[in-house]
Design a protein around this ligand. Structure first.
Ligand SMILES: NC(=O)c1ccc[n+]([C@@H]2O[C@H](COP(=O)([O-])OP(=O)(O)OC[C@H]3O[C@@H](n4cnc5c(N)ncnc54)[C@H](O)[C@@H]3O)[C@@H](O)[C@H]2O)c1
Length: 352
């Protein structure tokens, strides 16, 4: 039997990593499916408070042992890592208990319900060298990674602004507003693409169904270099939009995740300011409407790449793409957006 140490630096370098999964509701099964398929990990135990959910899991994966007790999973010294897919309000308590029990942790987005909690989780993991990763799946999505390559190559030119819409007739969450539920996706993509967090946030939101938690929100971000981004998230919309537009001085990029094939389109379009040869000192605008190209995108499931990154980071000690600090930066932006909503859209600074 492989014994899990109290401190990650004592971890045995084993080929197969033993994992316990906590939370098998709506999202957990997607990650469990990927973990169960990976040859270099063993999903030994699954836990949920709801015994019916565990019965469903057992029918599909008879070899995985199940329990309704989190303590049982955390006390199992053969388990080296925990995957956590429970409601956001439980992330801090369960993730800190798992880290304190010496486990590496992959926790679903958002990392925690407040920046203070998220910071404490980061510090806990850093103290012992354990891997703390957040399930910001989109930063593993091949179209998102392809656009990151385009941005890094500089072909977009000067970045002007980004526009994002993530709306549909969505699943209303009981414990979090649409801001905490949907905006982590767009924020994770923006922070990954730009390599930095915004400095100012203003936001408006409403609970259209009359509850306490907002189901629609409009968020504006400003980055230190003046780049702007606008995000619209809603659970109340007639059609599903998962669309992000990047406008640069040389190229415009459209990422439409609802498109089955051509998810990324590069538009050689723009407006250039040129000297008017007839009137000294004046400028005229010339419109550029060139080719539209759609790069070939790898079809690998993002969740598989996310799970592989988690396992590799446990093995090598490298930081995951969406590590705890990345998750913390996202929580800080959400908090600033929430403060702005409570102050009728007044711009709020994002804590650094
Ligand atoms: N990465 C993504 O794209 C993505 C998509 C959807 C949801 N999520 C995230 O996944 C997490 C779970 O969301 P969901 O929609 O699956 O929620 P859910 O309510 O459908 O499922 C949560 C499950 O956790 C169980 N649970 C609750 N408290 C528990 C505890 N203390 N111990 C053990 N089990 C417990 C519940 O019984 C339930 O089965 C959230 O953080 C959410 O933001 C991520």
């Amino acid at each position: 039997m492989c014994v899990a140490p109290a401190n990650a630096s004592d971890l045995p370098i084993t080929l197969t990593i033993s994992i316990g999964a906590i939370g098998y509701g709506y999202w957990g099964p997607n990650v469990v499916r990927n973990l169960a398929e990976l040859p270099d990990c063993r999903l030994s135990t699954a836990c949920d408070l709801d015994a019916d959910r565990l019965k469903q899991l057992k029918r599909r994966y008879p070899d995985i042992s199940t329990t309704t007790s989190v303590d049982e999973v955390l006390q199992d010294r053969s388990i080296q890592a925990i995957y956590l897919a429970t409601p956001v309000s439980t992330h801090f308590e369960l993730a800190s208990r798992a880290l304190e029990a010496g486990k590496h942790v992959l926790v679903e987005k958002p990392l925690a319900s407040s920046a203070e909690q998220a910071e404490r989780l980061c510090e806990l993991a850093e103290k012992t060298g354990q891997v703390l990763m957040v399930g910001h799946t989109f930063v593993y999505s091949p179209p998102v990674v392809r656009i990151k390559e385009v941005l890094t190559a500089g072909t977009v030119g000067d970045l002007h602004y980004l526009d994002c819409a993530r709306v549909n007739l969505g699943l209303f969450q009981k414990d979090v507003s649409v801001l905490w539920d949907l905006i982590p996706h767009d924020l994770s993509i923006l922070l990954y693409w730009l390599g930095r967090a915004p400095v100012l946030v203003s936001a408006h939101g409403r609970s259209l169904l009359g509850d306490r938690l907002e189901d629609v929100a409009f968020v504006n971000l400003e980055f230190a270099d003046g780049v702007l981004a606008q995000l619209h998230v809603s659970w109340l919309a007639p059609v599903k939009l998962r669309r992000m537009t990047i406008v640069g001085s040389k190229l415009m990029v459209l990422y439409d995740d609802v498109e089955p094939v051509e998810k990324v389109k590069l538009f050689d379009r723009g407006v250039d300011k040129v000297h008017n040869p007839e009137t000294f000192g004046e400028f005229q605008l010339t419109y550029r409407t060139g080719d539209i190209t759609s790069p070939k995108i790898d079809a690998t499931e993002p969740l598989l790449l996310e799970c592989q990154d988690f396992l590799e980071c446990i093995r090598t000690g490298r930081k995951p793409r969406s590590d705890g600090r990345f998750g913390l930066a996202i929580v800080r932006v959400i908090e600033a957006a929430e403060r702005s909503m409570r102050n009728r859209g007044t711009a709020q600074e994002v804590a650094a």
